[in-house]
Write a new protein. Sequence first.
Length: 327
Amino acid sequence: MGVKFTDIVEAEKIGFKDLEGRSVAIDAYNTLYQFLSGIRQRDGTPLMDQNGNVTSHLSGILYRTSSIVEKGIKPIYVFDGKHSDFKTATVEKRKEIREESEKEWKKALDEGDEEKARKFAMRSSKLSSYIIDSSKELLDLLGIPYVQAKGEGEAQASHMVKNGDAWAVASQDYDCLLFGASKTVRNMTLSGGLSNLEYLDLEKVLLNLDMSREQLIDVALLVGTDFNEGVKGVGAKTGIKLIKKNSLEEVLKQKDVELKVEPDVLRNIFLNPRVNTDYKIKWKNVNFDKLIEFMCEEHGFSENRVISSTDKMKKLNSTQKSLEDWF
């Protein structure tokens, strides 16, 4: 979910044309959850192959990636590594929500309420080693590079942008701002040929808020992040007012509140995250024969649809624009 910054961060509207020739680091887990939640049958049942293996994620990767590449964008998927110990409470809470949603989904199915069933089914989505491994296998066959993070995927993707290996991070979470991504793209989806792309420039965001990145991190710690609960009753707007007047430590002292983890420890998660620096990024040609075998013979996809998608991948080797000539 990430930090709740919707009320204070104003995004710019852009189009896919603005991303043409760019390499974009895509938050893989964020994206896979979108596919697992949204690509389902009417009663909420995910797509499956003849052996009962879930294929919603494979469908999403194939069709969205090919559409992105067709628009001249070079995707790089970034997979999460081991989450921080400070994120354990958040992870457990999300697990409980998924498990409860799964119970409600099955109950709605027994009652014959498809609309209710689908709603709860979408909330029950969970990643498994099979889903992650098969996603990576499909990306290999498509010639799309991916990077395995040591820790948080958003941190890794943000590092890649700062390092010049990607132009922007594609993620729904505002955490990328805290991790220092200079450019973030939200809503990188296509629905009925339409898009609702949003662009966040870290420098502009900080300028509009009249804050430093360190201060924005402190606001996040007051509001609550995946790594700490925050202070009850403090939203983003209130947090900004408080941090502009005093340090985080002083605000906590005034409110007679203690964070469960020392502020400097939490700050360090964002300022000095664990990242993988030993990665290579290279786009390759589609391994067509192996792709057909994997998608059609193993997982029951239509060969015509797979061929149609691979036809869209022809722009993959087009010349990439310089990373500085936009925005």
